[in-house]
Design a protein around this ligand. Structure first.
Ligand code: PMP
Length: 464
């Protein structure tokens, strides 16, 4: 059996890739000077590159391969579906068994007040769907002036125009004249990065950041505000875990001001935080939840929006046709992958296992890294974590930007056989939920070796 198609050499792949393949979120000149790493196969939590190196995938692909690689049940379900019905649309008064069954199963697993899903192909499209659907909802409620979205600086909701506008990534905005009209941003509950010098405790800081929402709604007038959109834990922004005071206050403000609450569960959903939903971890009841990633564990591209009864009721009742959708909304192969993925998670009780066994082990192994001279903070929740790199302690001085400590750490990590991602000088991980206790120990050992290598390198370069 051929497992992969790496019939060319690494250099040949790098050459054709450099010549023809434009990568997402990449400085092409910089990448082409180095050559891309060629990943050829994977099993469990382990990647293999074209040179035969085995690398522990501490990022579950891109926060998505929750059930791990090599799950034959999903492969079989997709193959079976593609033989039977590779494609049909869900536009023109049609459905098919895969979409209908996946919708039923998803809603059974969703919070009790969410009983409908709108299928998209990605998390970005899910957030664009939120942008349109939330406004239609307020039209149906007789409040068409409620159009403004409030989101957060350093939030991430995708790369399409509305999703990137909801996101608060300054470099993305700067490149293309975003955000579009009707989107405003408040501060993030990032205590290590922005709260430590405030004189507030983390809990006080969480409350203060939540109350920026209240202040902005009051400034704009609640009659003009549609929804607040945020990730339960910011992922791409650097695994920002909010203080416990934050989310209950946000929920109170949204309820009191009659603003829809949108929890972007693209990363947090499907077990990442140690519960099925990040909203569950933080005890909130959102009106809309964009999902993707763990929805199929990345075996097929798919996203969606879980829709509460509160929103679905008036829209279905009053809006008539919702002029929105994608050729591949509910794609049969993606839905079959999603259904097989969900069954694996339920039958193997992966979320419960992650919460009971993997998360406590990771917490122990990961937080222990805080004693390293280069680590200012080691935080985690469920199976997602971050390390803050610092030049010195206890003053927690950061490295000057030109040192590129995070990027260097990431490269050293891969050399040590561990994928960690760098967000500035914040190192982040989100391994597959199926990671074993031994593999978590290995992850910790490789991360520590990497930090030691980083210290040695920075010292040699005079940056320490
Ligand atoms: N929302 C969040 C919270 C995300 O992390 C991402 C992707 N990293 C998206 C939306 C966008 O998803 P996609 O890349 O599938 O469009």
């Amino acid at each position: 059996m051929t497992l992969h198609r790496n019939i060319r050499t690494t250099a040949e792949y790098q050459a054709i890739d450099a010549a023809h393949h434009w990568h997402p979120f990449t400085d092409t000149k910089d990448l082409n000077a180095k050559g891309a790493r060629v990943i050829v196969k994977a099993e469990g939590v382990w990647l293999t590159d074209s040179e035969g190196a085995r690398i522990l995938d501490g990022m579950a692909g891109l926060w998505c391969v929750n059930v791990g690689y090599g799950r034959e049940e999903i492969v079989e379900a997709v193959a079976r579906q593609m033989r039977e019905l590779p494609y049909y649309n869900t536009f023109f008064q049609c459905t098919h068994p895969a979409a209908a069954e996946f919708a039923e199963a998803l809603c059974a697993q969703a919070p009790a007040h969410m009983n409908r899903v709108f299928f998209t192909n990605s998390g970005s499209e899910a957030n664009d769907t939120v942008f349109r659907l939330a406004r239609v909802y307020w039209d149906c409620m007789g409040k068409p002036s409620k159009k403004i979205f409030i989101a957060r600086r350093n939030g991430y909701h995708g790369s399409t125009v509305a999703a990137a506008s909801l996101g608060g990534m300054a470099p993305m905005h700067a490149q293309s004249g975003l955000p579009i009209e009707g989107v405003r941003h408040i501060g993030q509950p990032y205590w290590f990065g922005e709260g430590r010098d405030s004189g507030m405790t983390p809990e006080e800081f969480g409350l203060a950041r939540a109350r920026e929402l209240e202040a902005m709604i009051d400034e704009l007038g609640a009659d003009n505000v549609c929804a607040f959109v945020a990730e339960p834990i910011q992922g791409a922004g650097g695994v920002v875990i909010p203080p416990d005071s934050y989310w209950p206050e946000i929920q109170r403000i949204c309820r009191e001001r009659d603003i829809l609450l949108v929890a972007d569960e693209v990363i947090c959903g499907f077990g990442r935080t140690g519960a099925w939903w990040g909203s569950e971890t933080f005890g909130i009841e959102p009106d809309l939840m964009p999902i993707a990633k763990g929805m199929t564990s990345g075996y097929q591209p798919m996203g969606g929006v879980l829709i509460s009864d509160r929103v679905a009721g008036p829209v279905i009742d009053k809006a008539g046709e919702f002029f929105h959708g994608f050729t591949y909304s509910g794609h049969p192969a993606a839905a079959a992958a999603g259904l097989a993925n969900l069954r694996i998670m339920q039958e193997e009780r992966l979320v419960e296992r992650a919460a009971r066994i993997a998360a406590p082990r990771l917490a122990q192994v990961w937080r222990a890294l805080a004693d390293h001279p280069l680590v200012g903070e080691a935080r985690c929740r469920g199976l997602v974590g971050a390390l803050e790199l610092v030049r010195s302690k206890p003053d927690m001085a950061r490295f000057p930007e030109h040192v590129g400590a995070g990027a260097l750490c990431r490269d050293l990590s891969v050399r040590n056989g561990l994928v960690m991602r760098a967000v500035g000088d914040t190192m982040i991980i989100a391994p597959p939920l199926v990671i074993s206790e031994d593999e978590i120990d290995e992850l910790g050992a490789r991360a520590r070796r990497t930090l030691d290598d980083l210290a040695e390198r920075l010292e040699r370069e005079g940056a320490l």
